[in-house]
Design a protein. Structure first.
Length: 264
């Protein structure tokens, strides 16, 4: 009887030790990405991992707001990037609704703010050498909003509203999504074990700020709407503004497999 009791106590102790090891492993610091867009080794703060089959009686032991607490300063810059792009879209809708020019200028400035935040999130990740496990994905999603969807909405706002215009604007956004997805998948291969990506395959999506700048000039010269540069042409069932082709060129540059831009 004494032996049986000792075995039971030993089994419970071993189970408790395994449980503690499991919980500790969820807190271990892993080495992974170097910045939002490369894989130079740095420390990552991992989220707490919980079993999918967790018993209902264990739910009380989950850390409160564990995802928010796992975010780093670099992630906050990334979220600010996405916020700038989102607000810029809303301001464009306000401009379409009532025509007040200051809405467009606020949207224009916010997209430059998104670019500044995009630069600082990578800088801070390298400086602090700390990044959450969500960092790289957060960066890609924020970039899609601020440098993909928002510039397309900006073009639509200024008069690129023909059927072919909308198709090309959509193509531009899809190219941005594809470009970021490809980078996330191929970054490790491109590094060739060095821990640093030597070049960008295709143009980075933040280069769409060049289009934003051009549209700012168009708006400042009051060349929007019916006065858009290069006019408009009916091709088949829909209208096309030739100015929209800058979006097509940018989109094709992003998904190019042969265009390689050295990474500084």
């Amino acid at each position: 009887m004494i032996c049986d009791s000792a075995r039971a106590v030993s089994a419970r102790a071993n189970a408790s030790s395994e449980t503690n090891d499991c919980r500790l492993s969820s807190r271990r610091v892993a080495v992974f990405d170097g910045e939002q867009n490369s894989i130079e080794p740095i420390a990552i703060i991992r989220l707490h991992e919980w079993q999918v089959t967790m018993d209902s009686s264990d739910t009380g032991r989950r850390p409160h707001c564990s995802m928010l607490r796992s975010l780093t300063v670099a992630d906050l810059f990334t979220l600010a990037n996405g916020s700038c792009g989102t607000i810029a879209i809303f301001l464009c809708l306000n401009y379409i609704a009532d025509g007040r020019q200051h809405y467009f200028w606020y949207a224009f400035v916010l997209l430059y703010g998104a670019l500044v935040c995009d630069v600082f999130d990578g800088y801070w990740a390298r400086r602090s050498r700390r990044q959450s496990v969500l960092g790289a994905d957060l960066d890609s999603l924020a970039d899609i909003v601020s440098f993909g969807v928002a510039p397309a909405v900006l073009g639509f706002t200024l008069g690129l509203r023909g059927g072919w215009d909308i198709a090309i604007l959509t193509f531009f956004v899809v190219c941005g999504i594809s470009r970021l997805a490809r980078f996330n998948v191929t970054a490790e291969t491109l590094s060739e074990g060095t821990g640093k990506v030597p070049y960008f395959e295709g143009t980075p999506i933040p280069t769409s700020i060049v289009i934003v700048s051009l549209l700012g000039v168009v708006f400042a010269l009051e060349a929007s709407g019916e006065a858009l540069w290069l006019g408009s042409h009916r091709i088949g069932p829909a209208m096309l503004h030739p100015l929209v082709l800058i979006y097509a060129i940018s989109g094709m540059g992003m998904i190019s497999a042969t265009l390689r831009i050295p990474k500084l």
